[in-house]
Structures are given as C-alpha cells and as structure tokens.
Design a protein around this ligand. Sequence first.
Ligand SMILES: NC(=O)c1ccc[n+]([C@@H]2O[C@H](COP(=O)([O-])OP(=O)(O)OC[C@H]3O[C@@H](n4cnc5c(N)ncnc54)[C@H](OP(=O)(O)O)[C@@H]3O)[C@@H](O)[C@H]2O)c1
Length: 291
Amino acid sequence: MASILLIGPGAIGATLTAWLAQDDRHDVAVAARTPFDSIEVQTPEGIIRAKPRVFTEVSQVKHVDWVLVTTKAYDSDSAAEWFPAAVGPRTRVAVIQNGVEHIARFEKHIARERIVPVMIDLPADRLSPGRTIQRGPAHMVVPAGRNGEDFLKLFSHTNFDAKATDDFTSAVWRKLCLNSSGAPCAVLLKPAGIVHHEGVAELMRAIIRECIAVGRAEGAKLEDEIVEDLIERAKRGSRDGANSMLADRRAGRPMEYDARNGVIVRLGRKHGIAAPMNALMVSLLEAAQQY
Ligand SMILES: NC(=O)c1ccc[n+]([C@@H]2O[C@H](COP(=O)([O-])OP(=O)(O)OC[C@H]3O[C@@H](n4cnc5c(N)ncnc54)[C@H](OP(=O)(O)O)[C@@H]3O)[C@@H](O)[C@H]2O)c1
C-alpha cells in the first residue's frame, strides 16, 4: 500500500486522484486550495468517484510515501509549501506538469534524486471543484529507473498507457512542440480551427521550429517532420478545441505561457539561439494577462 498526497486537485489532479482511489491498496489524500467533498470524473469508460481526505491546511498533513504535484507550473512554489509537512525521509515527489522544467522548478525545495518528472497527455477539463471530464485516453512517460518505475506501479490497476523511457528529454520537448504552438489561439482568443488561416499556420510553424532548435541544443532528438505533422494534425482535429491557455485566458485565470513559450526563449538565449516568435507570444500573453 502506498500513502499518496496529491497537491493541486484540478483537471489533471482530480482525475488522477479518482483513478488512484479505484485501487483500495492506496491511501489517497489531496491538498487543495479550494475545498470540495468528493470527486466525480466522467471518463471515456463511465463515471468514477472517490472520497479522498481533502486538506486545506498544512498542519493537517503528515509524511507520505508519494507526493504528486499537479498544480499549474506557475503555482509550483506555492505547491512546495506543503512539502515540509508531507515529505519525510523516504518520500518521492512526482511532478506532473507541462513544460520541460519539472526538476528545475522543484530542486530548490527537494533533492533532485527524489523528484520524478512526469510527462502527461490526458485531455481533462475541470467543471467545478472535484468535478472533471476526462475526454480521452491517458498517456504518461517517466524516466527509466527505480523512481519512474515505482511511480508507474501506482497506476498499474488502470488502463493508462504509461511507460518509462531512456530518453525523457526528447519526450518532453516533443510535447513542448505541441504546447508552444497553441499560443496563437490564446493570443487571438480563437479555438483550434484558426490553424486553417495560412498566416496563423505559418506562425505556428515558426514557433515549433524555434522549439525544435532549442530542444536539440538541450539534447532532445526531434525530427524536422514534427512541424508539418503537428500542423496537419491540428487541421484534421476539432475546430472548436480550446487548449488550456485559451481556456485559462477566457476564464480570467493566469496562463502557463512561461512554461510553454518563455522557456524556449530563456533556454534559447543560453545556447545563442534566437526564438523571436516565442518571445512575441510571451509579450502578447503577458500583456493580455496584466492589462
Ligand atoms: N488539463 C489538461 O488537459 C492537461 C493535459 C496535460 C497536461 N496538463 C498540465 O497539467 C498541469 C495541471 O493542469 P490542470 O489543467 O489540471 O490545471 P488546473 O485545472 O488549473 O488545476 C490546478 C489545481 O491546482 C490547485 N492549486 C494551485 N495552487 C495550489 C496550492 N498551493 N495548493 C493546493 N492546490 C493548489 C488549483 O486550485 P484552485 O481550484 O483554487 O484553482 C487547481 O485545483 C499543468 O502543467 C498543465 O499544463 C494539463
């Protein structure tokens, strides 16, 4: 049995909590900013429910085997405020967020050997506190090794496509190619169908090319074909789809533009690679958020 504290039970966090709670060998609790009584998730296989303990005060928390962080990237420091109570001598911390800086965001709070970065691909929306919709299958990738494999065992009772890889760097940069290219939708306040405008498609191509160049400099193996594959996939997909930065902007919430586009600019600078289209997206989204 594993004791688990999930910090940040939003779209991803509440969905994962409900899945974890389906295995009664796990003792699952959540650390929430906004409290709720229970979790109900509409999954592609039907509704699943859970009634984890919900903590809203650090003083309620005790050491656990696993901490799972599922806040937005910009809430990482506030998520870490739960660590002194939750992290004991053998606790491991899984960081389940977008971007490529899972370890960089948390190594100031806990030794990097105890951090398990997790790439997650799980389309989920939050309807209200504790209520989510999982819109498709779940994929997770972790680095090969003991920590990654122990993390995957937490989900062994699920039908998730979850695996360990020797090349986690390529996995997260590949996902970043997709996530970074969603910025124009948030800038323009338009859903995914805007990719059919050729000027916007060209802007998305430029954003992805910059991501590939910086990712390669960081050691990721990324093929040139990713650019057209992503554009074609977007053109074939639902025209109404709203990526999470667009959804956050529409809802007046902060956006993850630093984790999705700013990181390409920052790491590019380190390698002498310019990323002007990503920098433009950051400036526009930052301005939209601040004014
Ligand atoms: N949603 C998706 O489809 C999807 C897919 C793949 C990857 N991701 C990535 O997964 C991560 C989580 O995304 P999400 O969509 O699940 O975000 P979300 O729905 O906004 O959920 C984040 C949750 O964290 C909570 N929170 C923030 N600070 C906290 C703190 N200090 N202590 C406790 N709880 C705290 C928020 O509380 P409130 O309820 O008070 O806001 C919210 O419930 C992001 O990096 C995202 O990019 C998301």
